[in-house]
Design a protein around this ligand. Sequence first.
Ligand SMILES: *Cc1c(COP(=O)(O)O)cnc(C)c1O
Length: 492
Amino acid sequence: MLFVESRGNDGKKPVKVAFSEAILNPAASFGGLYVPESLPSLGEEFLKSSLECDYKELAFSILKSFDIDIEDELIKEALDLYDRFDDPENPVPVKKVHENLYVSELYHGPTRAFKDMALQPFGHILSSLAKRREENYLILAATSGDTGPATLESFKNRPNIKVVCLYPEGGTSDVQRLQMVTEEGKNLKVIGILGDFDDAQNALKELLASAEFRKRLNSMDIKLSAANSVNFGRIIFQTIYHFHSYLQLCRNGRISIGESVDLIVPSGNFGNALGAYYAKKMGLPVEKILIASNANNVLTELIKYGRYDLKGRSLVKTLSPAMDILKSSNVERVLFDKFGPLRTKELMEELNEKGGYSLTKEELAALREDFDADFTTDEEVREIIKEYAFEYGYLMDPHTATTIKIFKNNSGRINIAYSTAEWTKFAPAVWNALKNSDEKIGDLDALVDVAKMLNIMIPVVIEELFNKPIVHDTVVSKDEIRGEILKFLEER
Ligand SMILES: *Cc1c(COP(=O)(O)O)cnc(C)c1O
């Protein structure tokens, strides 16, 4: 299968590329993204034949159906990284919480957030391809807290890849910061920025766009790549668990193959939701994909009213920071799929130049065939965490909690809600919710107290963070970032 560009072709890049090329060099013409030329068809026969498969077997057949230019051996090695999850037999447990509510837990990997689902196998594939081509890549990542740890964990000590990760000093939870600054690996550099996430992200965008910086890297024989969800190499792994979650409900007899369910996805950059959309198009029986947001509710506006409007908006900091996003990159891939490259280019240019765009009535109707959306305030998130912990014995993190309001307004059908982080990554917010208090508390105290309150364990990987030596102590201002990166690259 080949990949084309979401905003059409500029006449300089190839019109179509193979999977390996799309993931090593993910920047497409006119600032667009690579999208699959077509999708495999995996209907009821496929579901029936997958009932007896474990997660890795299912993943293997889905990846094979995309007909990517990666040989079986390498795919299998990559999928073996799911052995690092809590239960290698079933890396994604699907838990019944209510009669019609099942929660698919995507956070049982090494960094306790759903980013591991894709980044674990993806890191192995990207690094193996780079090694085989004898090319060296620099991956630059800016993180508000979950992408950073997962990217470092994925690439540490892998050949032909170096990673520099920028995080806002003081802008992440203690657990998230410790996951990064204690990460050992000669090919990793973690830099704290005196500023917020936007500053970190803008610094990164400037570097990625700088011809001079690229030239400097070229002189060191290093190319730039990206490991965020604009890279299709992540999206492909994010189609799998939607099939798995559905099959789990079939396996335990809750539904029969062919019956429709709704999927509720806590969304930021729309990678998880895009995986659900592709799964639906490939034949998974999904009625609606319900997009959950926080107060940064651009996606709710788009899906309910057909307008993407950034004018007069600024980013609101919420209890679910991984969803504090205004420009949601992967929406573009849905626009391409529904309206084609010319219209996608037009809409994306309007967004960049005028701060917004409006869909036509027909376009909105087409979007609403697959999606609906709503958002949840921090106040509601806290009430939901408390209610579910004490009344239903189910503890969730603030991102996962944004799915519940949608579930409550969506009675009738069977819902699969995705849990994208373990509570341990956001322990102070969870503690505040359970205690109904605004008191400031550190991560460690909150972890210990919540565990005691609910009689649960703190996972070892989280607990031991507090005793690990700090290996990255660089904290710099915005204009020192470039110099720090070059220094790191020149050291070896
Ligand atoms: C990254 C992340 C999200 C958002 O996922 P997208 O694929 O970017 O929409 C939601 N919750 C958590 C905890 C995350 O880390």
